[in-house]
Design a protein around this ligand. Structure first.
Ligand SMILES: Nc1ncnc2c1ncn2[C@@H]1O[C@H](COP(=O)(O)OP(=O)(O)OP(=O)(O)O)[C@@H](O)[C@H]1O
Ligand SMILES: [Mg+2]
Length: 115
């Protein structure tokens, strides 16, 4: 099992939810976030925030976390690249973490049965 962490533009949340649903993902956790990538949130050079000069500008993003079986990872990547990508900077990233165990608290099921 792997946890995929997708950092996306807020307006792409609905399409990501439908992709995860299409691949029968057992569940998902959504959070609001602020972040920047290699452009440091801006292409316009130095920004001024509350009098503090900074060249890092954090933009609103949505973080989607979902634990899935390994065998659907690549299909999810391809669907996200196809449907979430705009071709512009700031489209986001997918990070992947190993998950050692899952327990469904209601039943005590473990592993894949608990996803
Ligand atoms: N290395 C990283 N570590 C943690 N979060 C990151 C990292 N890179 C990107 N993110 C998160 O993903 C969001 C979107 O990143 P973004 O798509 O701009 O990445 P990028 O590497 O700059 O790619 P691009 O050149 O296509 O813009 C960021 O606002 C941040 O929240
Ligand atoms: Mg970027």
């Amino acid at each position: 099992m792997k946890e995929i962490v997708l950092i996306i533009r807020p307006e792409k949340l609905e399409i990501v939810k439908s992709i995860l649903d299409e691949y029968h993902c057992g569940g998902m956790t959504i959070s609001t976030a602020m972040g920047c990538g290699t452009q440091r949130g801006s292409l316009e050079g130095v920004n001024e925030i509350k009098g503090l000069k900074t060249n890092i500008n954090l933009l609103p993003k949505i973080k989607v976390e979902a634990v899935v079986e390994d065998n659907i990872l690549e299909d999810i990547f391809l669907a996200v690249i196809d449907k979430v990508g705009t071709g512009n900077v700031g489209d986001g990233k997918i990070f992947v973490r190993n998950i050692e165990q899952v327990v469904r608290i209601r039943t005590g099921e473990r592993g894949s049965k608990a996803l």
